[in-house]
Design a protein around this ligand. Structure first.
Ligand SMILES: NC(=O)c1ccc[n+]([C@@H]2O[C@H](COP(=O)([O-])OP(=O)(O)OC[C@H]3O[C@@H](n4cnc5c(N)ncnc54)[C@H](OP(=O)(O)O)[C@@H]3O)[C@@H](O)[C@H]2O)c1
Length: 332
């Protein structure tokens, strides 16, 4: 049996292109002690993976070519040397973009049967958890405050905005598409949504935030961050989640005007976070998020594409704003 894989053929020098990847026929790996062989059923396409190909901006370290594209997926255990992960069970782990992966047990999360496994690459996965910890631990909004979220119709963004609504905040989403903006208001209950590609973006943001902004959940950096800084209230908090506006390039812009001047004058706290720092608390967060899903308070938009071959195009397209919610590639 063969193991079809998407391999990084060469690192992007400008914008990402499908030619940066190739499909390769690998071998099904042999297991070492403690390892588990996982047959991937689906994996997530995430914006942060583009930072991984940039290298310096990523926690993942130096970017490499001629390796299987990294990524988080779910799959079925088909061979195991660890009784905690018996054959037939479903797991979440760093499968990469391939059909089979030999993974160390430590890197795996067992998915109990009561859950839909797909939720583990959606609201109960890294992006749902990033929204949860970034919002509540770094942004720290309280009832009645105004929370602005960028890349709001994307995976992390649509979770973060809904979580802020759940605790009683006013939520303003920023996206690059009018249809997405409308869906945020009509389907997810955002109080307002603004298109950053509009010529009137700054004024639209002003109109959408009559009481200013108390918390800005920043997925994009760039000009949107620059605009948010001017609307932030005294004592405002910026939760720096990611910088998607600067990922798909080899020459990221410098930071926006207003730092540190506006931070000083308005006593704004700007703090980055990494979801992995909260690994010990994932289960508690998953229990709470799952309750919100069951009660209908939190909706996970899933944007599915099918087949390993479609992954490179799905990634390029996500960076151009083609996704709504969590984009997953299904292999099952
Ligand atoms: N800190 C952490 O631990 C952590 C963990 C997970 C993810 N993240 C970060 O979370 C952010 C969102 O990741 P995701 O996987 O959920 O991706 P996503 O939001 O589902 O997809 C990316 C979205 O970014 C928007 N976008 C693309 N180019 C843009 C630009 N120049 N300016 C503004 N928006 C742009 C597009 O939407 P539009 O149509 O609206 O333009 C696109 O749909 C990323 O910054 C990622 O690095 C951080």
């Amino acid at each position: 049996m063969q193991n079809r894989q998407v391999v990084v053929e060469n690192l992007p020098t400008g914008k990402l292109h499908c030619n940066n990847f190739k499909i390769k026929m690998g071998l099904i790996p042999k297991l070492s002690s403690g390892q588990v062989l996982v047959r991937t059923t689906a994996f997530a396409i995430t914006a942060g993976a583009r930072a991984g190909l940039q290298g310096s901006a990523s926690y993942a370290g130096a970017a490499e070519s001629d390796v299987v594209m990294r990524g988080t997926g779910i799959g079925e255990v088909v061979e195991s040397t660890n009784t905690q992960f018996p054959v037939g069970s479903m797991v979440l782990g760093p499968t990469g973009w391939q059909e089979y992966a030999a993974l160390n047990s430590r890197s795996l999360t067992f998915i109990p049967e009561r859950y839909d496994p797909l939720k583990f690459i959606g609201p109960l996965g890294i992006n749902g958890l990033a929204a949860y910890f970034g919002l509540f631990r770094t942004g720290r909004p309280v009832i009645g405050e105004t929370v602005m979220v960028s890349a709001a119709a994307g995976s992390v963004g649509h979770f973060a905005g809904q979580m802020a609504k759940i605790i009683g905040c006013k939520v303003v989403g920023v996206t690059g598409d009018d249809k997405k903006a409308e869906r945020l208001r009509n389907e997810l209950g955002f109080d307002a949504s603004v298109n950053y590609k509009s010529e009137n973006f700054r004024n639209d943001l002003k109109l959408a935030t009559p009481d200013g902004i108390d918390v800005y959940f920043d997925n994009t950096g760039g000009d949107i961050l620059g605009s948010a800084l001017f609307r932030l209230n005294v004592g405002g908090r910026i939760a720096c989640c990611g910088v998607v506006s600067q990922y798909d390039t080899s020459s990221p812009d410098s930071g926006p005007r207003g730092i540190p001047g506006l931070l000083v004058n308005k006593r704004i706290t700007m703090q980055g976070f990494l979801v992995f720092d909260y690994a010990d608390e994932y289960q508690t967060a998953r229990d709470e998020i799952n309750k919100w899903i069951d009660s209908g308070q939190l909706i996970g938009w899933t944007d599915e594409v099918f087949g390993l071959d479609s992954a490179p195009e799905a990634f390029v397209n996500l960076l151009a704003g083609g996704n709504v919610g969590s984009r997953v590639v299904r292999l099952d």
